[in-house]
Structures are given as structure tokens and as C-alpha cells.
Design a protein. Structure first.
Length: 322
């Protein structure tokens, strides 16, 4: 049975998640400033995020004895059971999350501002229904309108002004747009994998997958050092504890009490918070054209989430009252 009930608690949890994610862009920029490379940053943040989830998983109710598990380890009070479905789904989601966060961090590393990165990243909410259309799912006229408006917003946000050589999308902006595309595939992977599984265990596996995929490059190519870890300790701890472990958990709990449309709109606030954080903590400034671009993207994202339907697609059946 579908639930349409929206609770104040769910709204508050999602708003807190957006707050954590918004300031995460500032923390990521701080990591860049101390000289830590992208793979090293993501290795540490997702390893911490996975560890943060362990106490929550251990405190949760055990799976039913009849459920088939692929991994089980018990020693004293420690107990974690991950099913084969959770393992497969978590690895799939983790692979897309790895590409998305790596592209995002590289975009910040080569010059994209924190606020701009957030607004470009939030484009994934418009990209998801477009990808579903190419997979055979119908998209309404409002989705295609949102795509056009968002493209205008991206151009305005990337150009910034009409002087010099700014009349083009920068390399960092392009990487961030590719990051948004990767996040779109990640959302579709989560949608496919999350049904009938424990959300915390799924998140744990995907975090661990990202950390494992980042390890070779971070340790062998980038040569992650203790000096870098010490210099970026505070932003890395924020990213691991609040952005990964905390915000993703709050999202799961919040979406259980809010519909997907409202949840998406609340989560979009992360871009506004990131722009504010970039101005407040990093001294970043936006031109008038960039602000127009931000507004256009927010408008497109909100419009794309409206539950508009084609009357010809509506069912003639009246849903039973509950």
C-alpha cells in the first residue's frame, strides 16, 4: 500500500541531510587547498563513512534466520550479516558513486567553485527522468522544458560574464556535469537495488566499494601521506562523518516519511547551502549571470519534479479507499 503521509520529522531529517551535503562542497574545496589529491580524499571519506555505519548496523534487528547470507561473521557482540543481494547491489551502486565523486572532486581540484559545483551536480535530478525516457519510460512535456531551462542555467553559470574568454564551459564545469550524469546512474542503480534490502547495509557496501576502488590510485599513484591527512583532518572528518555516514542515513530515514517529489525538492537545497557556504567560508563571489544560472537550475529541478500527468495515461479505475 502506498503512503502519502508527509511528516514534519521527515522534512526535518531531509533538511538536515541537505545542510550536511551543502557544506560538504566547502569541505571538499578545503581538502583541495591543503594539497590532498582526489582519490586520497575519497578513500578517507568513504572509509570513515563505512565505519560510521557499523554501530548502526550492529544495533539494528537481525535478519530473519531463513534469509540467505553471503557473508557472516560473529564474535561476541559483533554481528554483521550481508545478503548476496545487498552485496551485489551495494557494489553496483558503489561503482557509480565512485565515478561520480571522483569526477566531482577533480572538478573542484582544477578550479570549479564550491557553490557552482553544487548547482551543476544537482542537474542529476533533471537527468534521471531523461535517462528513464531512453530506457522506455515516458517523460512529460514538463521534463523536456526543465531540460532546456537547466541547459540555459548551466551555460549562464559556466560563462559567468561576457568578458574575455569566459564564453565557454571550463574543464572543471564539464567534469562536474559528467559527475551529475554519473549520479543519475547511481540513483537508478539505488532504485533498482534498494527494494527489499536493508538500507544501512546497502550503504555500507557501497561506501566500502568506493574506498576499495580509490585505494590503489590513492596509495600508489598519488602517494597519500600522513602529512596530507593531518593537514586535511577536519574537512575529511566532516566529509566522512556528516556527509557520508550521517547525511545518507538521514536521507533513508527521511524518505520513509516523505514522498519522492518533496524529498527531491528538499535535497536540492544543498546547492543553495553550498553557494552560501562558499561565500561565507571561502570568500567565493558570483556574478549576476551566475546567480541567474543558479536560479534557472533550481527552477528547472523543481519543475521536473512536479507530478504532472498526461490525462490520456490516467487509469479509469478508481483506487480503493484505505
Amino acid at each position: 500500500m502506498m503512503q502519502n503521509k508527509t511528516s514534519l520529522r521527515g522534512i526535518l531529517l531531509l533538511s538536515l541531510a541537505s545542510l550536511f551535503w551543502g557544506f560538504a562542497f566547502v569541505a571538499q574545496k578545503k581538502v583541495v587547498e591543503v594539497g590532498m589529491a582526489p582519490f586520497g580524499c575519497n578513500l578517507l571519506r568513504f572509509a570513515i563513512g563505512a565505519l560510521i555505519l557499523l554501530p548502526l548496523i550492529m544495533g539494528a534487528d537481525k535478519f530473519r534466520k531463513s534469509q540467505r547470507t553471503l557473508f557472516s561473521r560473529k564474535s561476541g557482540r559483533f554481528s554483521i550479516d550481508i545478503s548476496k543481494r545487498e552485496l551485489k547491489g551495494g557494489v553496483l551502486c558503489g561503482c557509480f558513486l565512485f565515478f561520480a565523486t571522483t569526477l566531482q572532486q577533480y572538478g573542484l581540484d582544477i578550479g570549479t567553485e564550491a557553490g557552482k559545483s553544487a548547482f551543476l551536480t544537482v542537474m542529476y535530478i533533471v537527468m534521471v527522468p531523461v535517462l528513464r525516457f531512453f530506457a522506455g519510460k515516458r517523460a512529460g512535456w514538463h521534463v523536456w522544458t526543465s531540460v532546456l531551462v537547466s541547459l540555459f542555467g548551466v551555460w549562464m553559470l559556466s560563462v559567468g560574464d561576457f568578458s574575455g574568454n569566459r564564453m565557454q564551459v571550463g574543464a572543471g564545469d564539464l567534469l562536474t556535469l559528467l559527475c551529475a550524469l554519473a549520479f543519475s546512474f547511481h540513483i537508478l542503480a539505488v532504485d533498482r537495488s534498494a527494494g527489499g534490502v536493508d538500507g544501512l547495509r546497502l550503504a555500507f557496501v557501497q561506501f566500502a566499494t568506493v574506498a576499495v576502488l580509490c585505494s590503489p590510485t590513492a596509495l600508489l599513484v598519488e602517494s597519500l601521506t600522513w602529512q596530507q591527512i593531518a593537514a586535511g583532518a577536519l574537512p575529511i572528518l566532516y566529509l566522512g562523518v556528516f556527509s557520508c555516514g550521517g547525511a545518507y542515513t538521514l536521507q533513508i530515514l527521511g524518505q520513509q516519511q516523505c514522498g519522492p517529489v518533496l524529498a527531491s525538492l528538499i535535497i536540492c537545497l544543498e546547492s543553495v547551502i553550498a553557494a552560501f557556504g562558499g561565500w561565507w567560508l571561502l570568500g567565493e563571489q558570483m556574478s549576476r549571470l551566475e546567480l541567474i544560472g543558479c536560479f534557472a537550475i533550481l527552477l528547472a529541478v523543481a519543475f521536473a519534479q512536479l507530478p504532472l500527468q498526461n490525462p490520456r495515461l490516467k487509469s479509469d479505475k478508481t483506487p480503493p479507499k484505505t
